[in-house]
Design a protein around this ligand. Structure first.
Ligand code: CDV
Length: 339
C-alpha cells in the first residue's frame, strides 16, 4: 500500500494589529480551499494564526489582551474559529493550526491543535514549551519587544506524538501517520525533536512567527544590515528544519506568518516542506498568503530509522546524562582527560 500524502504549508502574509479577525479567518479559509484544490489533505497553518503576532506589544488593558485569546476549550466549535473547521470538514482536509489558548482556570498557552477531518474531531493538542523573549518590556522604546514570557506559560503537555489517519485515502484508519507538533522557537531545540524521534515520528508540524530584523533580541551585531539579518534568520530557520528532519528521519512542514506587519515589524517567509534526508521539497516564493504543497512518501522515513539513525542500535544514553540534568552551561574545567 502506498504511503504517499499530499500535504501543504499555508503561509499567511501580514496581519496587522487592527486587522479584523473575520478578515484573517477568511484568508485562512481561502488558503485551505486553495490547498484542497491542489489535492492536499493536510494543511499546516502558522503559530497564532488567527491574529497578528501580538506578543510584540505591551497591553496594560486586559480586555485588549483577551481579544487575542481563544477562551473555548474546543476551538473547532468556538464561534470565532469554527468556520475554518467546518470548511476543513467539508473539504475533507486535516488541519494543524496555532492559537493563543486561555484555559477556564485563566492559564495562558501558545498552543496548536490537530483536527482530523475523517474523525471530525481535534485529536491532539500541543502547548509551546520553549517560550522566548522577556516578561518585561525593554526600557528603550526603540527596541522591538518580544513579550511571550509575559503572556504565555511554558507548555505542560510535553512532546507527545499522536496518530491520525490520512484523510480520504484510508477510510479504515489502519494506516495512521505518527506525527508531532512544535511551535516556532521549539524548532531550534534538538531535544524537542528527539522526544518525537524516539516515538517513531514520521511528520513534524510547526507553525512560526520569526522576526526578520530584531538585533537586540537575536544578540546580533547592531551593524548587521536588515537584508543580512533577514537572510541569516531564513538560513537558520531552514537549517534547523532540515538538520532535525534528517537526524530524526522524518518529514516536516513549517508554516510561517510573513511580511511587514504594521509598517514596522517584518517576519520572515520561508514556509517549507522538508524530507527525511534533510532536503527541501517545496518552499514559499513570496512573503504573502501562499500555499506550499508537496507529495510525500512516508515510507521514505524508514531507511534512516533502520540504519544510520536506528536509535535502538546506536544511541548511547549512558553518555547523555548532562542533557537532562543540566539547564545552563557549566564550563569545562582544565584537565578533564580521563581513561
Ligand atoms: N515566535 C517565536 O517563537 N519566535 C522566535 C524568535 C523570537 C526567535 C523564533 O524562534 O523564531
Amino acid at each position: 500500500m502506498s504511503r504517499t500524502w499530499k500535504v501543504a504549508a499555508a503561509q499567511l502574509g501580514p496581519v496587522h494589529l487592527d486587522t479584523p479577525r473575520e478578515e484573517t479567518l477568511n484568508r485562512l479559509i481561502e488558503l485551505l480551499r486553495s490547498a484542497a484544490l491542489q489535492g492536499a489533505t493536510l494543511v499546516v497553518f502558522p503559530e497564532l494564526a488567527f491574529t497578528t503576532f501580538f506578543a510584540r506589544h505591551l497591553f496594560d488593558n486586559p480586555t485588549c489582551l483577551n481579544a487575542f485569546f481563544e477562551h473555548d476549550t474546543n476551538i473547532s466549535e468556538a464561534s470565532s474559529t469554527k468556520r475554518l473547521f467546518e470548511e476543513a470538514q467539508r473539504l475533507c482536509v486535516d488541519i494543524c493550526v496555532g492559537y493563543a489558548e486561555q484555559t477556564p482556570e485563566g492559564r495562558a498557552f501558545n498552543s496548536a491543535i490537530y483536527y482530523s477531518a475523517q474523525l471530525d474531531q481535534v485529536v491532539a493538542k500541543y502547548r509551546k514549551v520553549h517560550i522566548p523573549g522577556t516578561r518585561e518590556p525593554h526600557p528603550d522604546l526603540a527596541v522591538i519587544n518580544h513579550l511571550e514570557k509575559r503572556y504565555f506559560e511554558p507548555g505542560d503537555l510535553g512532546f507527545e506524538a499522536f496518530r491520525a489517519p490520512r484523510s480520504r485515502q484510508n477510510a479504515d484508519g489502519e494506516d495512521d501517520v505518527i506525527m508531532g507538533m512544535l511551535i516556532c522557537n521549539d524548532r531550534r531545540w534538538p531535544e524537542a525533536w528527539r522526544c518525537y524521534g524516539l516515538q517513531g515520528v514520521e511528520l513534524i508540524l510547526c507553525g512560526y512567527n520569526t522576526p526578520a530584523y530584531n538585533p537586540y533580541f537575536w544578540g546580533m551585531s547592531k551593524l548587521m544590515s536588515p537584508e543580512m539579518a533577514r537572510s541569516t534568520a531564513v538560513t537558520q530557520h531552514k537549517l534547523v528544519m532540515q538538520a532535525n528532519s534528517y537526524m530524526n528521519s522524518c518529514f516536516s512542514i513549517a508554516a510561517g506568518k510573513a511580511g511587514l506587519e504594521d509598517g514596522r515589524y517584518e517576519l520572515i517567509a520561508g514556509s517549507c516542506i522538508v524530507g527525511p534526508e534533510g532536503q527541501i521539497l517545496a518552499e514559499a516564493v513570496t512573503a504573502d498568503d501562499e500555499v506550499v504543497c508537496a507529495e510525500i512518501d512516508l515510507d521514505e522515513c524508514r531507511p534512516g530509522k533502520e540504519n544510520i539513525f536506528n536509535f535502538a542500535q546506536h544511541r548511547r544514553v549512558e553518555a547523555y546524562q548532562r542533557v537532562v540534568d543540566q539547564v545552563g552551561v557549566t564550563q569545562a574545567g582544565p584537565g578533564n582527560m580521563k581513561g
